[in-house]
Ligand binder design. Structure first.
Ligand code: FAD
Length: 296
């Protein structure tokens, strides 16, 4: 096996005599443009960059691989999420433990169809948390000024509880990765992303956030507040499916209009669910690997 370090893939190149076949990958290394030929090529550069590589591979004579039905880049998704916090009288030692949910709650995961809202959701509960880490609380209370903030932070550092909501994003065709007019240092077009949250998904998020605040109050929190809605995880853009008219790849990640080009990673997800995606994408990658090995 050969591993190329500090190599930035710029595009894949079709075989001139058989346009169903991708013959090579072009990459840049130490300012030099290089070509790697392979029987099978797998693009696994995460959701946005995998799509960018495919879009950059369009030529005057042929659309970008996977863009045979104008689907490449569409259905970009990100879980609408937020953390709700509570301050408790008892010490909770919020800095201790792992910086991920100690508990996962899927009790209402299947209750998608709430009046006015739609989508699955989960709670991740009791993260180890500090003021300024990933989900930190240090900037979440702009209403507390100056010296009062120091006292409040000292209290929060020992008495905080937290629950992070992850909701389903509804896949919309208009949410899309395209190529930007801007170029990077290598002269390759940057990716441009557009994402709007479906109103039903936003409504479900708001319903579940207010339930979360109620739960913390019922648990005895004296003060309860929530951080802003964020987009957590990135998925979609090269979605898999049986029908080449509505998807970019088949269920093994093979790009429909090619025989030997594959995509791996969350770009393949046609829907987001409401769980953190990496276990699912690992399972999918194992399935792809088994398929490729069986074919070789
Ligand atoms: C802050 C944060 C927290 C997260 N927490 C969780 C979590 O708790 N649970 C969970 O399930 N998921 C979590 N995720 C999501 C998780 O990181 C991704 O789902 C996962 O890393 C995707 O794996 P991947 O191999 O597809 O992409 P990546 O791990 O991103 O790997 C892609 C690789 O491709 C390389 N690359 C990109 N472009 C090119 C190019 N042009 N040429 C060559 N190489 C290229 C990149 O450098 C990178 O090494 C989190 C993500 C972030 C950002």
């Amino acid at each position: 096996m050969q591993l190329e370090h500090n190599a930035t893939v710029s595009r894949v190149i079709r075989d001139a005599s058989d346009t169903q076949r991708i013959e090579s990958v072009e990459y840049l290394q130490a300012g030099e443009r290089k070509i790697l030929r392979a029987d099978r090529i797998i693009i696994a550069a995460f959701a946005v960059q995998s799509v960018r590589i495919l879009l950059s591979s369009a030529t005057a004579g042929h659309v970008a691989p996977g863009n045979h039905s104008d689907q490449l880049g569409r259905y970009l998704m990100t879980h609408p999420a937020a953390t709700t916090f509570g301050l408790f009288e008892d010490e909770t030692y919020p800095h201790q433990g792992v910086s991920a949910g100690q508990l996962l709650n899927h009790d209402d995961y299947d209750q998608k169809d709430a009046p006015g809202g739609f989508g699955s959701s989960q709670w991740m509960i009791g993260h180890a948390i500090k003021p300024h880490d990933l989900l930190g609380y240090g900037t979440g209370r702009p209403d507390i000024p100056g010296a009062e903030l120091k006292t409040w932070l000292q209290r929060a550092a020992r008495h905080l509880g937290n629950m992070t909501l992850v909701c389903e994003d509804i896949a919309l065709p208009g949410n899309r990765v395209t190529l930007s007019d801007r170029v990077d240092n290598n002269g390759i077009a940057c990716a441009h992303t557009h994402h709007d949250l479906a109103p039903t998904a936003a409504a479900r998020w708001a319903q579940r956030m207010s339930e979360g605040e109620e739960i913390l109050r019922a648990a005895g929190a004296q003060e309860v507040w929530s951080g802003p809605r964020i987009g957590m995880h990135i998925m979609g853009g090269a979605v898999m499916g049986d029908d080449p008219a509505t998807s970019v790849t088949d269920s093994f990640g093979r790009v429909h209009d090619t025989d030997n080009l594959y995509v791996a990673g969350p770009a393949l997800f046609p829907s987001s669910g409401a769980v953190n995606p990496t276990f699912t994408l690992s399972a999918l990658a194992s399935r792809q690997a088994d398929h490729l090995l069986a074919k070789s």
